[in-house]
Write a protein that binds this ligand. Structure first.
Ligand SMILES: [Zn+2]
Length: 268
């Protein structure tokens, strides 16, 4: 009897900062690298009574992204408040799109070897970025300049089957967003961040296995390395008869291994 073959089932959630002059719900500048807390106002700090006004350019860029990703653009979309406590969100909620996103059901096609691969896009929805925490010797600080910057969350279906395919998909997505003028996609400045959902299952099985989430990757090569580690780890575990526990892990790119990750990111 031959050993059972396993396959990886991978979905990616990519957060991309939009290239707008101002933030999503206020007139504060969307600019990287300014003095901390100089691009803030009652709206993006969530002061009581402050009313958000949607950034028209961000809405246009979201629809353009949907068209470039072959998505359907519903006639109507809706924003919701997602309430949670997190130190880098002064508002204690994030304005995001849950039930009625701006774009749905698209795909990205790209070449791999002599094949054309297709990854389906579940949705690209519009939300806002959170502030950035800094930890010093004795204390911590939060820079809210990034809080409220328009952020697209681009969610794939679980169509990705290997580390290389994830890497090629991300590079194709980045090229589309750069050429479309959607985002500068500067990885060094954290303009693109990625969450990975990964499970494994026997080849031929249609049910999804228990998934592990790896949060907040800030380089595509890091995504590839994390998957090259995680796919064989899960396959070895299920071969030994272990159950994969649903959990969130954090990839340590310097050490080249995972750590369990209790810390929850601001971005859903
Ligand atoms: Zn503001």
């Amino acid at each position: 009897m031959t050993a059972m073959e396993y396959e990886a089932v991978i979905g990616l959630e990519t957060h991309v900062q939009l290239k707008t002059a101002t933030k999503m719900w206020c007139g504060c500048r969307n600019e990287y690298g300014a003095e901390p807390n100089t691009h803030v106002c009652p709206v993006c700090l969530g002061f009581p009574g402050a009313l958000p006004v949607a950034n028209e350019r961000a809405m246009e860029l979201t629809v353009l992204t949907g068209l470039l990703l072959n998505c359907r653009i519903p006639d109507r979309s809706q924003f919701e408040r997602k309430n949670y406590f997190y130190p880098d969100s002064a508002k204690n909620y994030q304005i995001t799109q849950l039930a009625q996103p701006s774009t749905v059901n698209g795909y990205v096609e790209f070449e791999m070897g002599d094949q054309v691969e297709r990854v389906r896009i579940n949705r690209a929805h519009l939300e806002e970025d959170v502030g950035k925490s800094f930890h010093f010797n004795q204390e911590s600080g939060v820079d809210f300049n990034r809080g409220g910057v328009p952020l697209l969350e681009i969610v794939t279906e679980p169509d990705i089957t290997s580390a290389d395919m994830a890497y090629e998909y991300l590079n194709s997505l980045k090229a589309i967003l750069e050429y479309g003028g959607i985002s500068d996609c500067d990885m060094e400045k954290g303009m693109v961040r990625c969450d990975i959902n990964i499970s494994v299952r026997p080849v031929g099985e249609t049910k999804l296995g228990e998934k592990v989430e790896i949060k907040n990757m800030n380089s595509f090569s890091g995504v590839r390395r994390a998957l090259l580690y995680e796919i064989p780890r899960q396959i070895d575990a299920v071969r030994r008869g272990e159950r994969i526990r649903q959990e969130t892990r954090r990839w340590d790119d310097v050490a080249g291994s995972h750590r369990n990750h209790a810390h929850k990111r601001g971005c859903p």
